[in-house]
Design a binder for this molecule. Structure first.
Ligand SMILES: Cc1ncc(COP(=O)(O)O)c(C=O)c1O
Length: 464
C-alpha cells in the first residue's frame, strides 16, 4: 500500500488536529484498515510540508484517542479495536457490515464522533467529580446547557435568550413536546403532503386531525397553504423547509417569507423542524427568524455530531417554551445531564464545528457516488444531504421497486411511507446514503438499484 497521506484541504483549526481528524475519518471509512502501518512521522511531515513536531503531536493525539498505537522499534499502527466501533447499538439500528445493504435509515456517517467522545470522557473523569452526572441537574447545569443551545442555534441565525430555549432528548422528542404544548385533541395539524413519518404517528397518538399541504419543487407550496387555511381553523403547521423529508427540497427565502406571512394572517403556529439545517453551508435563514413569536424552532445534534447523544434544542417564545418545558418534564423529567454536557462542551470548544465539517465532507462524498450512479435518472438531492429522492421511470410502482430491491438485498423506503393521505402513492423512493459504514457497500447497493432500473419491471403484478 502507498504511504498514507491525509487530505487536509477544506479543514480548519490547528494542523495536528486536522491530521488526527483525517486519520479518524479514514479509519471509519475503511481507507485505513486495522493493522495498517502509518508512515514515520518525519516522512509524513515531509509529505505534508509541516514540521515533524506537528506530525508527532498528531500521532500522540491519535494514540490518546485510541485510534493508533506505537510499537517500539516497529512503528505506528492503526489499532485493531478502538474508538470507532459501535458496540451496544440496538440490534435494529446497528450499522450493517454484511448481509442486506441498508439504505433505509436517514442517519449521519457512523463513528466520526467516537474519538472525540473518548477524549471527552477521559477529560470528565480527570476533572471530576462525576457524582453530579448521577443526579438531577442544577440551575448552573441548566444555564450552561441552555447557553450551548443558544450558541448552536446562532449558527442558523436564530437569536434566543435563556427563557426561550428548551433542551430535549433529540429533535424527535422536541417535535412531540412541541405538539403536546401547542395542540389539544381534535385540533387540526397541517403538514407537508409527504412528511417525516413519525409525525403521523404522533398526531395519531395525540388525537390530532392531519391535513396534507401540496408540495412542489421548493417544498411546501405557499398558495396551497393559503387556500387551505381559509376557514379550516388549523392550529399549527409542521414543516421541514431545509432538506425536506423526504424530497430533499430546500425552500428559497421568498417562499419562507410568504409562509411566515400566511402564518401571521391565519394565527398559525409553525413547528419548524430544522434537523438537517446545519449540513448545507449556505442555507437560507429559518422561517422562525421571521415570525419568532409564532414559531417553534426544533433542531438537534443528531445529524452533525451523532444521533446517540440524544440532544436537541427547541426555541420558542418564552410562554410557549414554558409549556414545552412542561412537556419535557412530563415525558422524561430532563435529558440525561451527562449527554447534554458532552454536547455543550463540544459546542463550546469547537469540536462540534469540526464534526459538522466532517459530516459535510462525508455527505458530499457519498452524494457524489450517488450522482454518478443515477446520472441518467430523475434524482433530487442536496450536495450536503444525507439522502436522495429517486422518481422512478414510467412502468415502475414504488412498492414494486422496493420489493425487487429487497429481493436483491437492498433495503429502501418507498415514497408512500411519507404520505399523509394514504391514497397518495408517489412514484418515488428515498435512498439514505450514510447509514452504511462502508462506502464500497453503499456503491454496491446503488449499483444493484441501477441494475434493477436497467432490467425494468420483471413481475407484472408489481408494475404500476
Ligand atoms: C426530519 C427529521 N426530524 C427529526 C428527526 C429526529 O432526530 P433526532 O435523532 O434528533 O431525534 C429525524 C431523524 O431522522 C428526521 O429525519
Amino acid at each position: 500500500m502507498a504511504i498514507w497521506i491525509p487530505t487536509l484541504a477544506g479543514r480548519s483549526g490547528p494542523k495536528y488536529l486536522q491530521i488526527v481528524d483525517a486519520l479518524a475519518e479514514d479509519i471509519v471509512s475503511g481507507a485505513l484498515p486495522p493493522g495498517t502501518r502509518l508512515p514515520p512521522h518525519r516522512d509524513l511531515a515531509y509529505a505534508l510540508d509541516v514540521s515533524p513536531n506537528t506530525t508527532s503531536r498528531a500521532y500522540r493525539a491519535g494514540v490518546a484517542r485510541a485510534l493508533i498505537r506505537g510499537e517500539v522499534g516497529r512503528g505506528t499502527f492503526v489499532r485493531t479495536t478502538g474508538g470507532t466501533s459501535l458496540p451496544g447499538a440496538p440490534a435494529d439500528m446497528r450499522r450493517p457490515t454484511a448481509g442486506a445493504i441498508d439504505l433505509s435509515r436517514n442517519l449521519p456517517c457512523p463513528g466520526l464522533a467516537a474519538p472525540a467522545l473518548a477524549e471527552t470522557l477521559a477529560a470528565l473523569q480527570r476533572e471530576g467529580p462525576l457524582a453530579a452526572f448521577t443526579d438531577y441537574q442544577t440551575d448552573s447545569d441548566i444555564a450552561r446547557h441552555t447557553d450551548a443551545g443558544i450558541a448552536w442555534l446562532n449558527h442558523a441565525g436564530i437569536a434566543a435568550d435563556r427563557r426561550e430555549i428548551v433542551v430535549t432528548n433529540g429533535a424527535q422528542h422536541g417535535i412531540l413536546c412541541a405538539l403536546m404544548a401547542v395542540t389539544r385533541p381534535g385540533d387540526l395539524l397541517l403538514t407537508e403532503a409527504l412528511t417525516y413519518a413519525p409525525v403521523k404517528a404522533m398526531a395519531d397518538r395525540l388525537a390530532l386531525k392531519l391535513a396534507p399541504v401540496l408540495l412542489d419543487d421548493e417544498g411546501l407550496c405557499a398558495d396551497a397553504l393559503d387556500e387551505m387555511c381559509r376557514g379550516c381553523g388549523a392550529k399549527a403547521l409542521y414543516l421541514t423547509p431545509t432538506l425536506q423529508t423526504p424530497t430533499t427540497a430546500t425552500m428559497k427565502p421568498g417562499r419562507r417569507a410568504r409562509i411566515a406571512e400566511i402564518a401571521e394572517r391565519y394565527n398559525l403556529i409553525l413547528i419548524e423542524d430544522d434537523v438537517f439545517g446545519r449540513l448545507p453551508p449556505d442555507r437560507p435563514k429559518p422561517i422562525a427568524t421571521l415570525v419568532p413569536e409564532r414559531a417553534v424552532y426544533i433542531t438537534s445534534t443528531s445529524k452533525c455530531l451523532g444521533p446517540g447523544l440524544r440532544v436537541g434544542f427547541v426555541r420558542a417564545s418564552a410562554s410557549l417554551a414554558k409549556a414545552i418545558h412542561h412537556a419535557v418534564n412530563l415525558t422524561c423529567w430532563m435529558p440525561a445531564p451527562l449527554m447534554v454536557d458532552i454536547a455543550a462542551r463540544w459546542i463550546r470548544d469547537g469540536t462540534a464545528d469540526r464534526l459538522t465539517d466532517a459530516q459535510r465532507r462525508h455527505a458530499a462524498d457519498r452524494q457524489a457516488i450517488a450522482r454518478a450512479a443515477f446520472a441518467d435518472h430523475d434524482v433530487r438531492a442536496d450536495p450536503y444531504g444525507l439522502h436522495l429522492w429517486l422518481t422512478l421511470p414510467a412502468g415502475w410502482s414504488a412498492d414494486g421497486f422496493r420489493a425487487e430491491a429487497t429481493a436483491r438485498g437492498v433495503q429502501i423506503i418507498e415514497g408512500g411511507a411519507f404520505a399523509v393521505d394514504p391514497g397518495t402513492r408517489p412514484n418515488a423512493v428515498r435512498l439514505c446514503l450514510s447509514h452504511e459504514p462502508d462506502k464500497a457497500r453503499l456503491a454496491q447497493g446503488l449499483e444493484t438499484l441501477q441494475a434493477i432500473l436497467s432490467d425494468g419491471p420483471q413481475d407484472p403484478s408489481l408494475v404500476l
